[in-house]
Ligand binder design. Structure first.
Ligand code: KG4
Ligand code: ZN
Length: 351
């Protein structure tokens, strides 16, 4: 079974071909980082236009790398949301057009489900597992009980973790995307120099918050470099290291609570999984490994290429759904918002 996966929900245009024996035959990702860099964040209109321009040639490239033609495909899967709607429309319409022209099943994939199931493409991980999903747009703790079966234990009440990295990097003048820049700068910094707040640490529940931390960083940066002066390099490294430590502490505290909830609900569950772009962070990975050891869980993280946005995870989610006969029709509508767990209350409502 060969599936084409299309991803266009944020600032990566991606197309991949994956088979049901977990082989990735092609995995093409075109990052728009250079286009959005000058703005310090993703500009939706620029993203949508770039997807429109680059998606067709990228699909042609993916098929060529996989050494197949459209007639060898068994289905087409495209991210159907949540995400920047202009980009999502480009991916869904392209996917539908190929499916219609070739008489293939079409699958509109929830981007979060793509991240959630990606670990089953790279590793032998059985349901149920506990997932920390940390990216530029999302920060959630989920129990993955099966395909299409998710229990959301917590979500962010303000910013996503990746967004906090990006905004802090912008304040420090470290460039975009912020996560890798903060991690690089932090390597030469003192994580104990600034005692930043650890949002929600010690509180019950599994929700996240990063707005207060961001404000604390802004105040420190304003003190270090009044006006528009650049932050001195050593001070910037110390802020980066102290900020990274605060985010990691906060994520670990929330995940510890989630591990307890997971144990209660799924005593047979074995794995703690991390996904999303922030999963590239080595401090976070090391701390999650430690937490998993304490909680008696096996820690698994997909390879970095599968953690950030890509088409292979969309193709794989398509394969998992196709095996269960969960295909979509041509009436599938792109969705800017699409929670994985419809029963989950918004974070604020739960307090
Ligand atoms: O999953 P992803 O590629 O796109 C979204 O769906 O958002 O995640 C991108 C996010 C960005 O906010 C980026 O700054 C962050 O992941 N990120 C990192 C690291 N590498 C990427 N954050 C912390 N440490 C990193 N090494
Ligand atoms: Zn993502």
């Amino acid at each position: 079974m060969l599936v084409l996966g299309i991803e266009t929900s944020c600032d990566e245009t991606a197309a991949a071909v994956v088979d049901d024996r977990r082989r990735v035959l092609a995995d093409c990702v075109l990052s728009q980082t250079a286009l959005h860099g000058p703005y310090g964040g993703v500009v939706p209109e620029i993203a949508a236009r770039a997807h429109l321009e680059h998606l067709d040639p990228l699909i042609t490239q993916a098929l060529a790398e996989a050494k197949i033609g459209f007639s060898d495909l068994d289905a087409v899967a495209a991210t159907g949301g949540p995400g920047l709607i202009g980009g999502v429309i480009v991916g869904v319409m392209t996917g539908k057009a190929i499916a219609l022209a070739r008489g293939l099943p079409f699958l509109g994939i929830n981007h979060l489900e793509g991240h959630a199931l990606s670990v089953r493409l790279s590793d032998d991980v059985a349901f149920p597992y506990l997932l920390l999903l940390v990216s530029g747009g999302h920060c959630q703790l989920l129990i993955v009980e099966g395909v299409g079966r998710y229990v959301r234990l917590g979500t962010t009440i303000d910013d996503a973790a990746g967004e906090a990295f990006d905004k802090t990097a912008k304040l420090l003048g470290l460039g975009y995307p912020g996560g890798p820049a903060i991690e690089r700068a932090a390597a030469a910094g003192d994580p104990a120099r600034f005692d930043f707040p650890r949002p929600l640490k010690g509180r019950p529940g599994c929700d996240f918050s990063f707005a207060g931390l961001k404000t604390a960083v802004r105040h420190v940066v304003e003190d270090l470099a009044p006006g528009d002066q650049p932050v001195p390099p050593q001070a910037a490294a110390d802020v980066a290291a102290s900020f990274q430590a605060a985010v990691a502490d906060s994520l670990i505290d929330r995940t510890r609570n989630a591990a307890r909830a997971f144990r209660r609900r799924c005593p047979a569950g074995e794995a703690l999984v991390v996904a999303g772009g922030v999963a590239a962070n080595s401090l976070l990975r090391a701390r999650l490994q430690q937490l998993a050891d304490e909680a008696g869980l096996r820690f698994t993280a997909p390879p970095l290429r599968l953690c950030s946005d890509n088409g292979a995870m969309i193709a794989w989610a398509g394969i998992e759904r196709l095996k269960l006969g969960l295909v979509d029709g041509m009436d599938f509508s792109p969705r800017p918002r699409w929670p994985l767990d419809n029963a989950a209350a918004p974070a604020l409502a739960r307090g």
